[in-house]
Design a binder for this molecule. Structure first.
Ligand code: FAD
Length: 460
C-alpha cells in the first residue's frame, strides 16, 4: 500500500485528491491524506449566499477557453450547474479623469480589431490612434522575455499601457505591467509578434477562423464553491485533516516525513499544493528547490461586495463593471456589476457590486480594518458612480499573498523547478505559482501533480 500526503486543500490540492480517489476506487493500492491548515477546504474559493445574492469571496468564474475546470465539473455531475456569462451585455469601462469611458468594441487586450470603434473612442488620444495605424506595418520581431509594459509600449505607446494593459493586469493578477512577463502572461501575443510583426494584422488573420460559440466566462449556478464542495463530497472523511498545518517535509530513507500538528507521519509520496512561499518554507532543507520557490513573488488583495436596492441597480451603467488606471490615484483596482455578469447572481430588486483593492500597487490595504476598507470603497463608489446611500449588506474578504506574480524570467524558473522535481521521486508541487493562475490552470496542476507522484510510485 502506497501512502501519499497532499498539503493544501484549495482547488489544486482537492483536484489532486480527486485523481487519487478515482484511482483508489479503481483498485489502486493507495491511501492518501489531505492536510489543510484552516478549518475549511476550498482555499480562496468561497461562496456565501447573502440576502438572496451569490457572493464570491475569491474567484467568481473561470475562462471558458481553458477546459479543465468545466471538464472537472462535468465529471463531478455538475454539467447542468455550469452557467455562461451574459456576453450580450458585456461592456467594460475605464476610469479616465474621473469619467467612465467604455472599452471600444473589438479591442482584444490592447489590440484594436475594429478600427472604426477604436478611432471614435474618447479613450485614446490622437497620438495613440496614429500609433494604431503605424502598428499595422510593424515588421516581425522575436526577442527573449520582457515586461508586458515594454511590449505594449513598443506597439501602441505609453497611453495604451497606462489605460488598458496595466489596469487589466492589476484586475487579474493584482500585478503591474512593468513587472509581469510577456512570455508567461501573454505567450500568444509574443507568438503573433514573431509571426506577423503587427498584432493588429495577426488578430485579423486569426479571426478568419469561425468565432467561438462559447461564452467568455463560465461559473456555477450557486457559486464557485459548488465545485469544491462536490470535490470534497468525493473524498472520504478519513482522508481529510482540516486545522492541520504542515510545518515541514523531509526526504529520509526513500520516504517523505511530514511534520504536522506535533506529529511526524511517514509517506511514500507528497504533493505540495500551497502557495510557493509556503512550500519553500516546508522544503527548507532542499536549498535548490526552496530558493527557486522563494523567488516567486505574490500579491495580496481585498474583495468587497456590497448589496444595494433596485434604485441603485437602475442607475448603474450597463455592463460588467470598470477598471481603474493607476494615474487616477484611487484605491479601487476594479469593480464588477455582478448582477449583470451572470444570470441569477442577485434578485431583480438587488444590485451587487464587487470591488477589488490591493495588489502590488497597494499591499498596505491589507493592514486596514474592515471599517476602514469599507469607508474607502464607499467614498470611491460615491465619487465614481454617484452612490451615496448605505449598502444593504457588505462582505469584506482579505487574501494575503494569494496571487502569484509571473514576473520577467518566470518561464525559465518554472523550467528549472520542473528539472529539479524530476530528480526528486515521489514529490510534486501544484498551485497557481507555476503554469497559470486561473482556476482551470490550478485544476490541471493538481491533476498533473497526482499523475507525477502516481507515476513515480508505480501506481497505474
Ligand atoms: C481574490 C481572488 C480572485 C480571483 N479571481 C479569479 C477568477 O475570477 N477566475 C479564476 O480563474 N481565478 C481567479 N483567481 C485565482 C484562483 O482562484 C487561484 O489561483 C486558485 O483558486 C488557487 O488555488 P490553490 O488551491 O492553488 O491555492 P489556495 O486556494 O490558496 O489554497 C491553498 C491552501 O493551502 C492551505 N495551506 C497553506 N499553508 C498550509 C500548510 N502549511 N499546511 C496545510 N495547508 C496549508 C491554505 O489554507 C489553502 O487552503 C482569484 C484569486 C483571488 C485571490
Amino acid at each position: 500500500m502506497k501512502r501519499i500526503a497532499i498539503v493544501g486543500g484549495g482547488i489544486s490540492g482537492l483536484s489532486a485528491a480527486f485523481v487519487l480517489e478515482q484511482r483508489r476506487r479503481l483498485g489502486a493500492e493507495l491511501e492518501y491524506v489531505l492536510f489543510e491548515s484552516s478549518p475549511r477546504f476550498g482555499g480562496v474559493i468561497h461562496t456565501e449566499l447573502v440576502d438572496g445574492c451569490v457572493v464570491e469571496a475569491g474567484p467568481d468564474c473561470f475562462l471558458t477557453e481553458k477546459p479543465w475546470a468545466a471538464d472537472l465539473c462535468r465529471e463531478l455531475g455538475l454539467a447542468d450547474q455550469l452557467i455562461a456569462s451574459n456576453d450580450a451585455v458585456r461592456k467594460t469601462y475605464i476610469l479616465v479623469k474621473g469619467r467612465l469611458l467604455p472599452l471600444p468594441d473589438g479591442l482584444m487586450f490592447t489590440v484594436p480589431t475594429n478600427f472604426r470603434a477604436a478611432f471614435l473612442s474618447p479613450l485614446f488620444s490622437r497620438r495613440t490612434k496614429l500609433r494604431m495605424i503605424r502598428e499595422w506595418f510593424y515588421p516581425r520581431h522575436q526577442s527573449g522575455d520582457r515586461t508586458v509594459a515594454d511590449f505594449v509600449e513598443r506597439h501602441y505607446g505609453h497611453e495604451m499601457v497606462e489605460r488598458i494593459a496595466d489596469p487589466l493586469l492589476a484586475g487579474i493578477y493584482g500585478g503591474s505591467a512593468d513587472e509581469l512577463s510577456l512570455l508567461s502572461v501573454l505567450p500568444r501575443f509574443a507568438e503573433m509578434e514573431a509571426k506577423y510583426g503587427s498584432l493588429g494584422r495577426a488578430m485579423i488573420a486569426s479571426r478568419k477562423k469561425p468565432a467561438s460559440p462559447h461564452p467568455l466566462f463560465t461559473s456555477l449556478r450557486n457559486g464557485m464553491q459548488q465545485m469544491t464542495d462536490a470535490l470534497l463530497a468525493r473524498v472520504p472523511q478519513l482522508a481529510l485533516q482540516a486545522n492541520t498545518t504542515v510545518e515541514s517535509v523531509k526526504r529520509e530513507s526513500r520516504k517523505w516525513l511530514v511534520f504536522a500538528g506535533g506529529r511526524t507521519v511517514e509517506f511514500d509520496g507528497i504533493i505540495i499544493a500551497t502557495p510557493a512561499h509556503i512550500a519553500c518554507e516546508m522544503l527548507g532543507a532542499d536549498a535548490g528547490l526552496a530558493n527557486e520557490l522563494r523567488a516567486i513573488r505574490y500579491s495580496s488583495s481585498v474583495t468587497v461586495t456590497l448589496g444595494y436596492d433596485e434604485g441603485v441597480r437602475a442607475a448603474l451603467p450597463a455592463g460588467f463593471g470598470f477598471l481603474v488606471p493607476r494615474a487616477e490615484t484611487r484605491r479601487l483596482l476594479a469593480a464588477t456589476f455582478v448582477h449583470n455578469k451572470f444570470p441569477g447572481r442577485a434578485p431583480q430588486n438587488r444590485a451587487l457590486i464587487r470591488c477589488v483593492l490591493g495588489g502590488t500597487r497597494n499591499e498596505s490595504i491589507l493592514e486596514s480594518s474592515e471599517e476602514e476598507v469599507l469607508s474607502v470603497v464607499r467614498e470611491e463608489l460615491r465619487q465614481i458612480l454617484g452612490i451615496s446611500e448605505p449598502p444593504l449588506f457588505v462582505r469584506v474578504y482579505k487574501w494575503k499573498q494569494a496571487m502569484a506574480q509571473y514576473n520577467v524570467g518566470h518561464g525559465a524558473r518554472v523550467e528549472r523547478i520542473r528539472n529539479l522535481l524530476a530528480g526528486m521521486p515521489g514529490l510534486a508541487i501544484a498551485g497557481n505559482a507555476y503554469s497559470g493562475i486561473g482556476v482551470p490552470d490550478c485544476v490541471r496542476s493538481g491533476t498533473d501533480a497526482a499523475a507525477k507522484v502516481g507515476g513515480d510510485l508505480g501506481i497505474s
